[in-house]
Design a protein around this ligand. Structure first.
Ligand code: BTN
Length: 246
């Protein structure tokens, strides 16, 4: 991965640039990195705050030959890669909140947005977008984010080299991706669950249409979250915001 890197000073969104490159048949592993995004996109149509020089705003193009319903697995692979890179380069202990938030001390340090280009039910490309908060100080975050967001520099009290983190994330992602292509999702699922915070706990899952409360049982082999509600019914959650219940 990263044999072809498109480095941009400022773009609206690295996801948009990566979509265009993927559409133009760019090779698997192509990476788009920007110093700043003016319209950084988050999950569920939210904005992603992406100021200049302080974070890693990056999109990676993959072209896995997998059936469409398995695409959420790639988000989980990407989350494990970021956790491994942070563990390698810092003394911090990141945790994953399903599906793809990476938290340190309960605050969000990384968000991952996976988008697909598919035709009929064939995947053409998967675009994995990562927003990693690296060198922001607390006062660099807008007030409404200060309680919920954090950066590596805030947590460890030193600044980090963003290029070293990019290299490490890509190296780990490449290793995990090869394991996945060769052996399937199971080994990744074990790793992912070892970093996950919500499994076994009572959680609230807010989907776009409703709220489901119950115990998070784990993820399916496709990377879908399983929740058992109070009446014992099992729900399969494809996309939601998760909150730990008291
Ligand atoms: C989330 O909502 O948690 C996902 C945030 C993903 C942000 C990254 S930054 C690089 C890439 N380009 C975007 O516009 N979004 C993703």
């Amino acid at each position: 991965l990263g044999q072809s890197i498109h480095y941009e000073d400022a773009v609206d969104s690295t996801q948009r640039v990566a979509h265009r490159l993927a559409y133009d048949q760019s090779m698997e592993g192509t990476v788009v990195v920007a110093e700043e995004q003016t319209l950084g996109r988050g999950r569920m149509e939210r904005k992603w705050y992406s100021p200049k020089y302080t974070g890693i705003w990056m999109s990676i193009i993959l072209r896995p030959k997998i059936p469409l319903p398995k695409a959420p697995q790639l988000t989980l692979i990407a989350a494990v890669a970021v956790v491994q890179a942070i563990e390698e380069l810092t003394e911090l202990t990141p945790q994953i909140k399903w599906p793809n938030d990476i938290l340190i001390n309960g605050k969000k340090m990384t968000g991952i947005l996976t988008e697909l280009q598919a035709e009929a039910d064939q995947i053409n490309s998967v675009i994995i977008g990562m927003g990693i908060n690296v060198n922001q100080k607390l006062e660099d975050f807008p007030i409404e984010l200060r309680e919920i967001a954090t950066s590596l520099a805030i947590e460890q009290g030193v600044y980090f080299s963003r290029s070293a983190i990019i290299r490490s994330v890509l190296t780990h992602l490449e290793k995990l991706y090869f394991i996945y292509i060769e052996k399937g999702f199971f080994p990744i699922k074990i790793l992912w669950e070892s970093y996950a915070i919500s499994i076994g706990k009572t959680i609230k899952a807010r989907t776009l249409s409703n709220v489901i409360e119950g115990k998070a049982l784990g993820i399916t082999d496709d990377g879908v979250l399983r929740i058992e509600d109070h009446s014992g019914e099992i729900h399969y959650i494809y996309s939601a915001d998760i909150e730990l219940s008291e």
